[in-house]
Design a protein around this ligand. Structure first.
Ligand code: NAD
Length: 475
């Protein structure tokens, strides 16, 4: 049994009624799981109106009331993680343990927002005259429009929803049509937690049509998007034309710098397992490997050896380490990366093709000896492909790591304090992991620089994008 598929507008779940719809496909079996209704223009107008009406009262709700609802949602995430996770495995493909882990970790995100929303403080500025009082207050910005992708369908949606709702905003969200069950589950949880009608609205449809309509609407005051750089730039341009602030969590191309003073086998093993998480469809996935000359051969051999033993299969099978790619278009893109790498001197050390079975399964792939101008070293692969290259000079490897327009995550492995210090200062990224994988926690900010985005989610920064500053001076 999969999930119901509907719109959620003004506190009601809406489906059928001759709306257009699209099939939702299981990427492991290629079976149709259900039909997802598309929002008509009338549905979008209703979502906009109800979000605006709800904002008039929700903006005056107390932080305690908002916090209570977010806490209830956190508990519902814990209680329903297995059921929700199973549906994510069905429509997104990731192994069940990863899907359940995603949902459970989101109970922490909801709890964090429940705590932090009680601490949205203003300040008092000493005045120049004793009869004057000057205060700064932070108010919810208004109706938000959010667009979230399919790779972490639960996490990416709930973080935006908790930030908007915790700040006192209302929100219309268009989730990923390929993998909609996670966002449906979120709608049901907020409904059950007693969120007033209209505060959260869920719509589906043709992404470009929905985003265009919502961003242009004068009702929408803020735009938040997680997805690819080209789409992010389009939406940012449209939001800019209408003077609407944005939060953009876009793609990355994370450099991995492995210095010669580490336990090579241990690091190679950790990186291999991290690489295949969610079949590499992760914006912070390690994607450009720079391995010091002195340890290159040992690293490569261990890395390839671990990946060669990864079980690729249906995410519901407990033996599976890595599931399928989420949809067909990713398979074709993987092949393009491999073909281009071969043209740029690359050698396939492992994999390099789709698996010969039903479903969008791609082999864990390692490419060596390719040049820095190959597609794989310059564009985000967003799949289970790892290019390995060498370096022997810190200044030079930093130049190479910083040479792309992306700046999301990075990974450094060294036991030399000076190296760790220099490299973490010089990498042009939003997040530096040194000797472990430690980003995307509720209490830490997550975001990129350069083409990888604008703004942070999580941490004490999490409400910044959903608030406006008002100065009040009184005599
Ligand atoms: P895509 O760019 O077509 O879509 C990415 C996401 O954006 C999807 O969820 C899609 O529904 C949505 N989208 C696309 N056009 C939109 C529009 N005009 N308005 C609103 N939403 C829109 O690419 P794809 O094939 O689905 O995914 C592959 C690429 O997307 C990857 O290369 C990766 O860079 C990027 N991506 C990034 C993240 C992330 O976490 N930053 C997540 C998913 C995908």
């Amino acid at each position: 049994m999969y999930t119901d598929l509907s719109l959620y507008i003004n506190g009601e779940f809406l489906s059928g009624n001759n709306r257009k719809s699209q099939p939702v496909i299981n990427p492991s079996t290629l079976e149709t799981l259900g039909n997802l209704p598309h929002a008509s223009q009338a549905d979008l107008d209703l979502a906009l109106q109800s979000a605006q009406t709800a904002f008039e009262s929700w903006r005056h709700s107390s932080p305690i009331e908002r916090s209570d609802i977010l806490r209830k949602v956190a508990q519902l995430c814990r209680d329903n993680a297995t059921k929700i996770g199973r549906n994510i495995t069905l429509d997104q493909g990731k192994p069940l343990a990863e899907a359940v882990g995603e949902v459970k970790s989101c109970s922490d995100h909801a709890d964090w927002h429940a705590e932090e929303c009680r601490r949205i403080y203003g300040r008092v500025i000493p005045a120049r005259h004793p009869a004057v009082r000057q205060i700064v207050v932070r108010e919810p910005i208004g109706v938000c429009a959010a667009f979230t992708p399919w790779n972490f369908p639960f996490n990416q949606a709930i973080r935006k929803i908790c930030a908007a709702i915790g700040a006192g905003c209302t929100i219309i969200i268009k989730g990923p049509e390929d993998s909609p069950s996670a966002v449906m589950a979120i709608a049901h949880m907020f409904h059950e937690a007693g969120l007033p009608k209209g505060v959260l609205n869920i719509v589906w449809g043709v992404p470009s049509e929905i985003s265009d309509y919502l961003i242009r609407s004068p009702i929408v005051r803020k735009v938040s998007f997680t997805g690819s750089v080209p789409v992010g730039k389009q939406l940012a341009a449209l939001a800019g034309a209408h003077m609407k602030p944005i939060t953009m969590e876009l793609g990355g191309h994370s450099p991995v710098l492995v210095f010669p003073d580490v336990d090579v086998k241990r690091v190679a093993k950790q990186l291999a397992f991290f690489k295949v998480r969610n079949a590499g469809q992760v914006c912070i996935s390690p994607t450009r490997f720079y391995i010091h000359d002195d340890i290159y051969a040992d690293f490569r051999d261990e890395f390839v050896n671990i990946l060669a033993n990864i079980n690729v299969g249906d995410g519901l099978d407990p033996e599976t380490d890595m599931g399928p790619l989420a949809h067909e278009r990713r398979v074709g893109t993987m092949d393009q990366f491999v073909q281009d790498a071969l043209k740029h001197g690359g050698k396939v050390a492992l994999g390099g093709s789709k698996l010969d079975k039903k479903g969008y399964f791609y082999s864990p792939t390692v490419i060596t000896d390719l040049s820095d101008d190959s597609m794989l070293m310059t564009e985000e692969p967003f799949g289970p492909i790892a290019p390995l290259t060498r370096f022997n000079n810190t200044t030079d490897v930093l130049r190479r790591a910083n040479s792309l327009p992306f700046g999301l995550a990075s990974y450094v492995f060294t036991n030399n304090l000076q190296t760790a210090h220099t490299v973490s200062n010089e990498l042009q990224v939003g997040m530096v992991n040194i000797n472990h994988f430690g980003v995307a926690l509720p209490e830490t900010p997550f975001g990129g620089v350069k083409d990888s985005g604008i703004g942070s989610e999580g941490g004490s920064e999490t409400f910044d994008g959903y608030l406006v500053t008002k100065f009040i001076t009184q005599r």
